[in-house]
Design a protein around this ligand. Structure first.
Ligand code: PEP
Ligand code: MG
Length: 325
């Protein structure tokens, strides 16, 4: 198996009916980036910046952050990398930052909410990113966005930082694209607006499933209660892909499901053309992509979703379909 996957390293991920699917890596520490060359991934679809903050003993300074991001850009070379701003709070606490006492931290003061309420921290990170990316393309995305307005506010902060750097004679990135994580269900009802506002979207299926089904992703008692291949979940993913594709806004899935073959097959059938995953998944997912007919998967899912009345999982049906084809 490993040998087979290694031999696929330089084979483009294209389905039997000619649909190209970009396979990218999720990363968070510099060591993760070594997997780029080894897997043949087409860049980093999600760089979780909070990991670096979580392993530090104190808040990294502006200069330290800039060096870190320069190291990331050097490591990826010409490949694209999507950097996510700090996704702290909830289950991700910084040991040196006083944690709030919250009844429901997953629903509490976290991610972009902290960024907008305490813009000093977000500004410092954005400035470090803009400086580190001088002369090269920069892609930034914001976690846990619940309303279009939150993203608009974040964009304004980026614009202000760019203006500040220009005023002080710093070179800017060659282009700066700003995206949104789709992981709070309220965005499903603002899809056209957010797709128009954002340069790209990335579905955080881990959190999206948690909030869609109201199941704590860390609570083993309930975490497996709902299947991401159930009808409601698949309809949610389809809605995101359809609206994003209609707007011409690229949409990736960067949650764990993108790294599982059956789930990834379904996502391609629903219209996604980019998946970001852990390094070990690239080989198996590429092998799956090479073996499927995206059009046939799409037809199969449309038919199954149209007749599903009980919200049950399509996993058995999808597994049978995959077996047959
Ligand atoms: C997600 O929520 O699916 C995601 C990719 O982000 P994280 O797992 O870091 O919350
Ligand atoms: Mg998330």
């Amino acid at each position: 198996r490993q040998e087979q996957y290694r031999s696929l390293r330089d084979v483009p991920a294209v389905t039997r009916d000619g649909v190209a699917v970009a396979l990218q890596l999720n990363a968070g520490l510099i060591v993760d980036l070594s997997h780029l060359a080894e897997t043949g991934a087409q860049g980093v679809g999600l760089f979780r910046t909070e990991l670096q903050f979580m392993v530090a003993e104190r808040m990294p300074s502006a200069a330290e952050q800039q060096i870190l991001y320069e190291t990331v850009f050097d490591a990826v070379g010409d490949l694209p990398v999507t950097i996510r701003t700090l996704d702290i709070g909830g289950d991700k606490v910084l040991p040196y930052m006083k944690a709030l006492e919250e009844e429901n931290p997953a629903l509490g003061w976290r991610a972009i909410r902290i960024g907008l309420d305490r813009p000093g921290l977000l500004r410092m990170q954005l400035r470090a990113l803009l400086k580190a990316a001088r002369g090269r393309p920069l892609k930034i995305m914001f976690p846990m966005v619940a309303t279009v307005d939150e993203f608009v506010q974040a964009k304004r902060i980026v614009e202000r930082e760019k203006a500040h750097l220009t005023r002080h004679g710093y070179p800017l990135p060659s282009e700066c694209r700003l995206g949104v994580m789709v992981e709070v269900p309220s965005l499903l009802f603002q899809m056209d607006e957010i797709a128009a506002e954002a340069d790209f979207l990335s579905v955080g299926s881990n959190d999206l499933m948690q909030f869609l089904f109201a199941v704590d992703r860390e609570n083993r008692q309930v975490a497996n209660r709902f299947d991401p291949l159930s009808a409601a979940a698949l309809r949610a993913f389809r809605l995101i892909a359809e609206r994003a594709n209609a707007a011409g806004t690229p949409a990736t899935v960067c949650g764990e499901i993108g790294g599982r073959p059956l789930e990834a097959m379904a996502l391609i059938g629903l219209g996604f053309r980019a998946l970001s995953m852990s390094p070990a998944s690239i080989g198996p997912i590429k092998a799956m992509v090479l073996g499927i007919d995206a059009g046939a998967v799409a037809e199969f899912l449309d038919r199954e979703l149209a007749r599903n009345r009980d919200g049950a999982s399509l996993r058995p049906a999808l597994a049978a379909f995959a077996e047959e084809h």
